[in-house]
Design a protein around this ligand. Structure first.
Ligand code: ADP
Ligand code: MG
Length: 265
């Protein structure tokens, strides 16, 4: 079994005004390469904290995280920043795009940071063009971030997260600020990317989004309380190039809704 991510006995405690808040309590789980895992749970249960702690955006209080078998919890800030830039992609609900740059330059920014010379930058320019075409935002490349729709902006964010060809994508409520059709647009792209082999870990409170993932972890009060894996037979359709839709999606949504009910959602 090849793991994209392994998390062992992870804890995160915040200290505010001398009071300890144990947000993550000894969490362990693994994500295999090629999986698309959704994290669900009540507001304040620690979902975002979990995502930040495993992706090195924040330091866990205790425990270890391995990215493709490499322990990342021991790394210093500089090494960690390098790993984040090279091997991880990030998509957030309110994505921070720079207002004085065009959409294209925003997408290129992390790629340029990771490029050592002019030749590499030329390659990145080309790759950026390809990605923008794939995600159907070529025509808004010169626009300012305020001159595009929510769905377009989120697709630009996806482009940006992919520029350094990450092994894993982390997304915190990637559709949280989008309307139904934009949300579907974005999920279609994420499903496509996952189908092409990128591992995805995302946080969501949207059943429709979670139904399109292969596995769901339910977190309550800093613990993983349950796990739902969608059936293998359903997934064969995906591996044959069909995405989760139609009847399979309806079946999944029904199962998920029952399961969430059992979880106390
Ligand atoms: P969720 O994403 O599930 O809604 P969060 O992970 O954002 O929950 O928050 C879980 C708990 O951690 C909350 O009680 C929140 O107040 C606390 N928390 C999150 N980030 C910080 C921080 N940077 N400093 C102090 N407390 C925090
Ligand atoms: Mg959150």
């Amino acid at each position: 079994m090849e793991y994209a991510l392994q998390v062992k006995d992870l804890s995160k405690t915040f200290i505010l005004q001398k009071r300890m808040n144990h947000v993550l309590k000894n969490i362990s789980f693994s994500i295999e390469k090629g999986e698309m895992v959704a994290i669900m749970g009540p507001s304040g249960s620690g979902k975002s904290t979990l995502l930040y702690s495993v992706s090195g955006m924040d330091r866990p209080t205790a425990g270890d995280v391995y990215l493709e078998n490499k322990k990342i919890t021991d790394l210093n800030e500089k090494e960690l920043a390098q790993i984040r830039l090279q091997s991880m992609g990030f998509i957030f609900q309110q994505m921070h795009m720079l207002k004085n740059l065009s959409i294209r330059d925003n997408i290129l920014l992390p790629a340029y940071e990771a490029s050592k010379n002019k030749e590499m930058r030329v390659q990145k320019d080309q790759y950026c063009q390809e990605l923008m075409k794939k995600l159907d935002i070529t025509e808004i490349g010169d626009n300012d971030v305020t001159q595009v729709s929510g769905g377009q902006l989120q697709r630009a964010c996806i482009c940006r997260s992919l520029m350094n060809q990450p092994a894993i994508l982390f997304a915190d409520e990637p559709t949280g600020a989008l309307n139904k059709s934009a949300s579907e647009e974005v999920m279609k792209e994420l499903n496509k990317l996952n189908h092409q082999g990128i591992t995805i870990m995302l946080v969501t409170h949207d059943m429709k989004v979670a139904s399109k993932c292969s596995r769901i972890l339910y977190i309550v009060d800093g613990n993983i309380n349950g796990e739902l894996v969608f059936d293998q037979f359903e997934d064969t359709r995906q591996t044959q190039g069909e995405f989760v839709e139609g009847e399979v999606l309806k079946l999944r949504e029904k199962r998920l809704s029952q399961w969430l009910n059992d979880m106390g959602w």
